[in-house]
Design a protein. Structure first.
Length: 151
């Protein structure tokens, strides 16, 4: 039962993260006003909270709940998923710092660096790869054949 609960919470957090990232991609423009900056910062906060929850629930599922951790640890697809998630988090640091910096701005118009929409699109693209890897993992792909090592 605990496994099902954590799995469900992990999925809910993933959906929240994906939703927030889609919203950021839809609303970002070359220039934004102060109200936009405040709202995008709120959406980015949801994104950050969801990223933390995805990590926390995923870590619990990996190390403590469900299948033994070795099942995931030796799977190259799982390692790739984890690497992509880390890359997404690292890429999000620059847009997040920009949104935090301008969330209380009184400026009429704020110029958004060209790199931010690009980074948001890269994050979204990488995020779209992770479910494919999860699907392949669920089908048993990426699990090393340990029986061939025994004599």
């Amino acid at each position: 039962m605990l496994y099902i609960l954590f799995r469900y919470l992990h999925f809910i957090a993933i959906f929240g993260l994906a939703g927030a990232l889609v919203i950021e991609n839809l609303v970002i423009k070359p220039t934004i006003n102060g109200e936009d900056a405040k709202n995008i910062a709120k959406v980015d906060a949801v994104y950050g909270i969801c990223a933390f929850l995805v990590f926390a629930f995923g870590l619990a599922l990996w190390l403590w709940i469900g299948k033994p951790s070795e099942f995931y640890s030796v799977n190259y697809l799982f390692q790739t998923k984890l690497l992509l998630f880390i890359i997404i988090v690292l890429i999000s640091a620059y847009p997040t710092s920009f949104f935090l910096k301008h969330r209380k701005s009184e400026a009429e118009m704020i110029s958004v660096p060209q790199l931010i929409p690009i980074l948001l699109k890269i994050e979204l693209f990488l995020l779209l790869i992770i479910p494919i890897l999860a699907y392949l993992m669920a089908r048993g792909i990426g699990i090393p054949d340990l029986s061939s090592n025994s004599n």
